[in-house]
Design a binder for this molecule. Structure first.
Ligand code: ADE
Ligand code: ZN
Length: 341
């Protein structure tokens, strides 16, 4: 056992009680197979699986695109405001069980509007569940609209137009989907417009794509956070820059394992990132597809990389300092972590 823990059970209990924020979560990626079946039935949508077990068996991926194909198919069961409410409410309950006190969650409107579901329907269901989570659990939240990078910049511009009436409920914009071949530079203009509207900026970069994509996210999109960022470690100057700018990386260990970004969880670069002074955080990405919510992600790396109590506290602190909360709220959460630790 590393410093401070006498057993694996004690370490698990420490992680469970640690106040945390989750900064990298695709709400559509929290669709559990049980709910997928329920919504398929409710909406009369055919799905190519006979049982929950069959769905889970199909979740074997060899890269990001393998996963995305099944992820876009899965979200096809979401149609009504109630569906988006149920999806989001289920995730909030799981996050609360992991003592996640603040969430900043992504949604992919183009994955729904392309199927004829209105933007208003998507946002109404998600925000109603987030409002209820605040009342029920005291959980605070921010919503981040992601543009699908395999689609055109014009499509992203049209999506930003659709979001304009709802900017009071949208904290930022992000960039997700198939990374390689769709560099940040493809979206420079739409992100400049979003920034001008006062929105925060994040982007998936360096998950499968090269360090050059991380440079572009910083220089061209002017991101406030990098989602993943793993491949930054291949570029020493970039690591220095990210550390120097206190840039938060939203790292997703079980996602990296399931999408073969790392061969083995023991090869995960999280500890290397922390030791290099990078502001890494631990997140679940698409927990239904990758086998675990936030605490399972903390546990996997704590176990495989022998993380110390101090490392775990740093990760939890980074999750709040890297959030889009105001200074007073950040200070309140950091004080709660210090009191706990
Ligand atoms: N969409 C949902 N999860 C994603 C991931 N890990 N990378 C890129 N796009 C995504
Ligand atoms: Zn992601």
């Amino acid at each position: 056992m590393p410093e401070g823990f006498v057993s694996a059970a004690e370490r698990a209990a420490f992680i469970a009680g640690l106040p945390k924020a989750e900064l990298h979560l695709h709400i559509e990626g929290s669709l559990e197979p049980e709910l997928m079946f329920e919504l398929a039935q409710r909406n009369n949508v055919a799905i190519p699986f006979a049982s929950v077990e069959e769905v889970r068996a199909a979740y074997a991926f060899s890269n990001l695109q393998d996963f995305l194909d099944i992820y876009y198919q899965g979200m096809g069961v979401l149609h009504t405001e109630r569906d988006f409410y149920d999806l989001t409410a289920a995730y909030c309950a799981r996050a609360d069980a992991d003592n996640v006190r603040h969430i900043e969650i992504f949604f992919d409107p183009q994955g729904h509007t392309s199927r004829g579901v209105a933007f208003a329907t998507v946002i109404a269901g998600i925000t109603r569940a987030l409002d209820d989570a605040r009342t029920t659990y005291g959980m605070t939240s921010k919503l981040i609209l992601c543009f699908l990078r395999h689609l055109s910049e014009a499509d992203a511009e049209a999506t930003l137009d659709e979001a304009l009436p709802y900017l009071d409920r949208i904290a930022g914009v992000g960039l997700d989907s198939s990374e390689v071949g769709h560099p940040p530079s493809k979206f420079e203009r739409v992100f400049a417009r979003a920034k001008g509207l006062g929105l925060k900026i994040v982007a998936h970069a360096g998950e499968e794509g090269p360090p050059a994509y991380v440079h572009e996210a910083l220089d061209l999109l002017k991101v406030d956070r990098i989602d993943h960022g793993n491949r930054s470690l291949e570029d020493t100057a970039l690591v220095k820059r990210l550390a120097g700018e206190s840039m938060t990386l939203t790292v997703c260990p079980l996602s990296n394992l399931k999408l073969c970004v790392v061969r083995d969880i023991a090869d995960h670069p999280l500890k290397t990132m922390l030791d290099a002074g990078l502001h890494a955080t631990v997140n679940s990405d698409d927990p239904s597809y990758f086998g675990g919510y936030v605490n399972a992600n903390y546990l996997a790396v704590a176990d495989a990389l022998d993380l110390s109590r101090a490392d775990l506290v740093t990760l939890a602190r980074n999750s709040f300092t890297g959030s889009f909360l105001g200074d007073a709220e950040k200070a309140r959460h950091l004080a709660a972590i210090d009191a706990y630790a």
